[in-house]
Design a protein around this ligand. Structure first.
Ligand code: FES
Length: 216
């Protein structure tokens, strides 16, 4: 494995916990410090539920870091935007010491993930206004973003599509971290295409971070 200091926003690991689950599953790095690495796990199915409840002392088999992470110039101002569990990669900006602010969204206060971002640099919005500001991240994006900030976004496809439209219209330098179903995670199976991309690129090996120009 590469040194943890080489981990960037968007890097992910393929994780296997039990022979019963067969394939490995991709999880974005949430944050890291020293030799410790963290993942944000939402229980969406049998695998993520088992991973989230893995008892102390049990082992998981990790391959990574994989993919092309986001590596902006030091000092570049960044607005990192995330929706739901898609916020998972954002805390890596803090681990890396990048100059970022954050805009994160969730359906309601009960579904705001434990994103571990500095409150002074983070705007949380919920669709029903039960925590933070009210509305979607795309409703709040233009008034929260500072003009000099480039944009990094991760989250559900519908959010990324809408945000890409705004960034295209306003000519904002922007980068999108895509999710895809993955089998190998290393570019060998062609099973990880995304409908958000213009071309049939492999999200695992050519992404998961893509430029706005790569999106439909
Ligand atoms: Fe196999 Fe991407 S998951 S090529």
């Amino acid at each position: 494995m590469q040194g943890l200091t080489q981990i960037l926003p968007g890097h992910f690991f393929m994780i296997k916990i039990d022979e019963n689950f067969g394939f490995r599953h991709p999880f974005s790095v949430h944050r890291y410090s020293g030799e410790q690495i963290e993942f944000l796990v939402e229980e969406r199915g049998a695998f993520s539920a088992s991973l989230a409840r893995l008892e102390e002392g049990k082992t998981a088999d990790l391959t990574g870091p994989l993919g092309n992470g986001f590596n902006p110039d030091r000092g570049q101002k960044i607005l990192a935007v995330g929706g739901g569990i898609g916020c998972a990669p954002l805390a890596v900006f803090e681990s890396c010491g990048f100059n970022a602010r954050y805009l994160v969204g969730a359906k309601n206060s009960m579904s705001v993930p434990g994103y571990n971002l500095p409150p002074g640099k983070t705007l949380v919005v919920t669709e029903d206004g039960s925590q933070g500001g009210k509305g979607l991240v795309t409703d709040n994006f233009s008034k929260y973003r500072n003009p000099e900030e480039i944009v990094f976004a991760c989250g559900p496809p519908v959010m990324l599509e809408k945000l890409a439209g705004i960034c295209r219209e306003k000519k904002i330098d922007s980068y999108f971290c895509l999710e895809a179903y993955m089998v190998c995670g290393i570019g060998a199976c062609a099973g990880c295409v995304s409908p958000l991309l213009k071309e049939r690129k492999k999200v695992c090996a050519e992404g998961p971070v893509f430029r706005l120009e790569d999106l439909n």
